[in-house]
Design a protein around this ligand. Structure first.
Ligand code: 23J
Ligand code: MN
Length: 259
């Protein structure tokens, strides 16, 4: 009898035919977090506090307490995160059906455009042109915007803050309803600190990715890295957030399987 599909899968991982790529930033005090205008309440940065380190506080064990906002570092955005998604059933980190945490990815390379323009916004026209080369974006798949933004060194370059706010690429307001409604994607992922562009607070609607994706019961992934190591199509993402009861999101070890 032929090996089961799962046995073949396990052998492919063991043998290296399927590679596993880590799309997650290291989580530490220096991990960049979203900088909102001062009238809004801030999120806690990541904090680690040692409980014991094989010492008088615990002779044979090392462990830490940690604290952070739900939307810290590489993280998952649940639909309940935004007011537009608040009334969907099973819209929180503990209630989203777990099968949704494994889904294929489309990776759209915008790195050349972003190198010229930090405020580059991905449009439906650009995505339709991408589909001509790679096929139509399938329902239930992720769209990841590769910008190489995660290669920027230090919080200053990553936030790219000016007097008028942050300048970071993201989806054009018209792209979000296109992907959510006409393509029925599972969600949107980006390399920036959040899923929306840096200037998105002044778009119409404000924060269109949060507004439109969560308003369609879709998810978000933010602060992704290593998107340059993924093929345009064919990677499989594993994205389970922590099972925080009523959580709006959580730091996430996002893995991509590439074969
Ligand atoms: C709260 C308000 C605005 C934004 C965000 C959070 C995020 O980017 C996030 O991490 O969800 S833009
Ligand atoms: Mn978030």
């Amino acid at each position: 009898m032929a090996d089961s599909i799962l046995a073949q899968f396990a052998a492919a991982i063991l043998g290296g035919t399927i590679k596993i790529i880590d799309l997650s930033q290291p989580l530490e005090a220096a991990t960049p977090i979203i900088q909102l205008p001062p009238e809004f309440a801030p999120s806690w940065p990541f904090r680690l506090e040692e409980i014991s380190h094989y010492d008088s506080r615990g002779p044979a064990w090392y462990w830490n307490n940690f604290a952070c906002g739900e939307h810290t570092g590489t993280h998952f955005d649940a639909p309940v995160h935004w007011v537009t998604g608040k009334d969907y059933p099973n819209n929180t980190t503990d209630t989203i059906p777990v099968a949704k945490f494994i889904a294929p990815a489309n990776v759209i390379d915008c790195s050349a455009e972003v190198a010229k323009d930090a405020d580059f916004l991905l449009t439906p026209d650009h995505v339709v042109a991408w589909e001509k080369g790679h096929g139509r974006i399938a329902a239930g798949s992720w769209v990841l915007m590769r910008t190489d933004w995660s290669k920027r060194k230090g919080a200053e370059a990553f936030h790219n803050m000016r007097e008028d706010g942050s300048h970071v690429p993201g989806p054009h307001p018209t792209l979000v309803p296109f992907l959510a409604k006409e393509r029925d994607v599972i969600g949107w992922g980006s390399e920036g600190v959040g899923t929306d562009a840096g200037q998105a607070y002044r778009f119409d609607p404000p924060f269109p990715c949060h507004t439109g994706m969560h308003g369609s019961n879709k998810f978000g992934l933010a602060s992704l890295i290593n998107l340059d190591l993924l093929p345009p199509k064919g990677a499989l993402l594993i994205t389970p957030p922590l099972k925080i009861v009523s959580g709006s999101g959580s730091p996430c070890r996002v893995l991509a399987l590439v074969g």
